[in-house]
Write a protein that binds this ligand. Structure first.
Ligand SMILES: *Cc1c(COP(=O)(O)O)cnc(C)c1O
Length: 358
């Protein structure tokens, strides 16, 4: 069996020990005689898995006592609706538009109230994150929404905005890749398929005092308070997805936790950017100050050469390097599960390609 280095933005490569453990337990988990997929979500064997998974995430992120953790369905996008439905008590919110997903989140919230886009880099094709110090926020806003890492454009916040409203953060493509001071946020949410596990699953970390602000029209399944009270089990949760997330959390702990991952991630990103900054063929597209450590975007400037590169790389076992369909070029997504060897192989391959094509 040959595994490739998968640079996909999501669903993304998972850590090999996670897949191996899941494979080993696929037919019979422990002494239960059944697969995790076949267990009742209310059984002791499953709730043990669930409780451990929540505890491990809390531990990894040092989640304070006054926060709840739940696992929801519908990915991160479902939360674009759930956020206003759960928080817009005064009917208005601030959004920073730093990328495609940030934009979609703001557009969706408009269905439920007044959306103030207080800063945007949209006119500059999102090559940077707006300067958070220069923003004037809306008085009485129910929350401020940000997307901390912009998956498509390869940018990240280098400092958090400080407004009076609770900070709501889409952390889909950066959760667990660097330390986050949870108490600076009101809500952190993340689709699982980038740094955690299978798609369709969404992690939500919410400060307790923000529960119970839900709009009357909020569907019960999207009501955070209902899900918190039900321990993520108002309906049947994505049991398998939560189990895989739990395996990833255990693997992260074995690697030394988030701090250790952050160190490796900085190293991995530096390898790529250092090469790109000195390349005669490839050019990084994000402004240096705001470069993402998770999604590295670059171009040759010639779409034919871009396509040739993506194809040749795939032939060498370095797959899914094509940029998002809206921006073109290339993107190497190097989440936690991408080992540094994968990045070294990529850089070596790019050097070779440059020699032959520059
Ligand atoms: C991938 C991604 C999403 C969308 O996630 P889904 O699970 O497909 O809904 C939203 N926000 C960010 C920042 C992402 O990277």
């Amino acid at each position: 069996m040959d595994r490739v280095y998968n640079f996909s933005p999501g669903p993304s490569q998972l850590a090999l020990p996670v897949l191996e453990k899941a494979q080993k337990d696929l037919l019979a988990y422990g002494s239960t005689g059944m697969s995790v997929m076949e267990m009742s979500h209310r059984s002791k064997m499953y709730t043990d898995i669930y409780d451990q998974t929540v505890a491990d995430l809390k531990d990894l992120m040092a989640v304070p006592e006054d926060y709840e953790v739940v696992f929801l369905q519908g990915g991160a996008t479902q939360q674009f609706s759930a956020i206003p439905l759960n928080l817009m008590v005064n009917g208005k919110a601030d959004y920073i538009d730093s990328g495609n997903f940030a934009h979609l989140a703001a557009e969706e919230a408009k269905r439920y109230g007044e959306v103030h886009v207080v800063a945007s880099s949209r006119e500059d094709t999102y090559t940077y994150v707006p300067d958070v110090k220069a923003i004037s926020f809306t008085e009485g806003a129910d929350y401020l929404h940000i997307t901390q890492n912009n998956t498509i454009y390869g940018t990240r916040y280098v400092e958090l905005p400080e407004s009076d409203a609770p900070l709501v953060c889409d952390a889909s493509s950066m959760i667990l890749s660097e330390e986050m001071d949870v108490k600076k946020y009101g809500v952190i949410y993340a689709g699982a398929q980038k740094n955690i596990g299978p798609s369709g699953l969404c992690v939500l970390i919410v400060r307790k005092d923000l529960l119970g602000r839900t709009m009357e029209i909020c569907p019960k399944l999207l009501n955070w308070e209902v899900q918190v009270k039900a321990g993520s089990m108002y309906n049947t949760p994505n049991t398998w997805g939560i189990y895989i997330a739990g395996l990833t959390f255990q693997w992260l702990k074995e690697q030394g936790g988030v701090k250790a991952m952050e160190k490796i991630n900085i190293e991995k990103a530096a390898l790529l950017y250092d090469f790109l900054d000195n390349s005669r063929l490839f050019k990084p597209t994000a402004q240096p100050k705001y470069r993402s450590r998770m999604n590295v975007t670059f171009v040759t400037g010639d779409p034919d050469k871009d396509a040739a590169f993506v194809k040749a790389a795939a032939g060498a076992g370095l797959v899914n390097l094509k940029g998002h369909r809206t921006v073109g070029g290339m993107r190497a997504s190097i989440y936690n599960a991408m080992p540094i060897e994968g990045v070294q192989k990529l850089v070596a391959f790019m050097k070779q390609f440059e020699m032959e094509n520059a």
